[in-house]
Ligand binder design. Structure first.
Ligand code: NAP
Length: 276
């Protein structure tokens, strides 16, 4: 069993299940309440994880801004901002993003090849090389040219290292590619979704979990992760949902940590229905 942080994925989603429009723009569509919930989750975390696609489209980190949440972190003996980790196989991230000017600890998790791009300069406070052979590339012919592109991030090793480095609560802010890989590993413990009042449509618009997908079939190594509703809270035009994730395939049981006593942020008592 690997020791890893308790991991929560957080998304704002259109009523038809999309997390962005078909142009994959980083434009936000959640309300102020949605922003506040996200900020509370970030404030309760030791680290925030994001795929490079999400950073490239939005350009910024989600950081703690509100005085009460900054005070809360101070009282808990935590630094003002959780560390912000970007996962990128290629390391190909534009240097002119606002992200690089925000007062946050910036970490890059990448391959040897990706790290090469950041050898000079101090844009990232830390660079973790955490690579392995891409399982999807196994069987493909390997030449000197393709060898490097067949590398990907060893997410299990990354999570294990994070835990060893004092990260107990991890907030994953997308996108669908990274979250799909984490679900594949059985490494998402909780998911928070805000259903927002719009339809984005588009066959290729991203969803909270992209990747290959799962099967609606028990006892398969691709069985769909199952959700238990923890809370549902309608606020104005939006619905805030919180689910605990469980995995039916034994390979995931071997990897799942015992659930911690609390979750990433204990929710306020919802005025709506609360699941038992
Ligand atoms: N509404 C919301 O709450 C919300 C939240 C997040 C994102 N979004 C939206 O989602 C879209 C971005 O999604 P996306 O599909 O680009 O997903 P993403 O997971 O953010 O980014 C994909 C990229 O991240 C890196 N990556 C992800 N998983 C990896 C792994 N296992 N190993 C190595 N590298 C990995 C790769 O970077 P490299 O290409 O650099 O190798 C990959 O191309 C944007 O439109 C964004 O606005 C919406």
């Amino acid at each position: 069993m690997i020791d890893r942080p308790y991991t929560t994925a957080i998304f704002a989603m259109s009523a038809d299940g999309k997390i962005s429009d078909y142009q994959r723009s980083g434009r936000k569509f959640g309300s102020q309440q949605d922003f506040r919930q996200l900020e509370e989750c970030v404030a309760a975390s030791d680290a925030v994880l994001m795929g490079a696609g999400t950073l490239r489209s939005g350009g910024t980190a989600m950081r703690v801004l509100s005085d009460d949440l900054l005070q809360q972190r101070h009282t808990q003996g935590k630094p003002p901002q959780p560390r912000q980790l970007i996962v990128s196989r290629s390391g190909n991230i534009p240097r002119d993003l606002k992200f690089f000017h925000q007062p946050i600890p910036r970490w890059l998790v990448t391959t040897v090849q990706g790290a090469e791009l950041w050898r000079t300069g101090i844009a990232f406070d830390h660079i973790w090389v955490c690579e392995c052979r891409d399982p999807q590339a196994i069987g493909r012919s390997e030449s000197a040219v393709t060898r490097d592109v067949q590398k990907t991030i060893h997410l299990e090793l990354m999570l294990h290292r994070l835990k060893g480095d004092g990260v107990h609560q991890l907030a994953v802010l997308g996108g669908g590619a990274l979250v799909a890989d984490l679900f594949d590993l059985g490494a998402i413990d909780e998911i928070r979704l805000t259903i927002c009042p719009l339809i984005l449509g588009g066959a290729t618009a991203p969803t909270p979990v992209d990747g290959l997908g799962f099967l609606n079939q028990m006892h398969s190594d691709r069985s769909a992760p199952q959700l238990t509703l923890l809370a549902v809270q309608p606020v104005n035009q939006e619905i805030f949902l919180r689910y605990r994730v469980s995995y039916s395939h034994p390979r995931h049981h071997e990897r799942n940590p015992a659930s911690p006593a609390g979750s990433i942020a204990d929710p306020p008592p919802p005025p709506g229905v609360t699941a038992s």
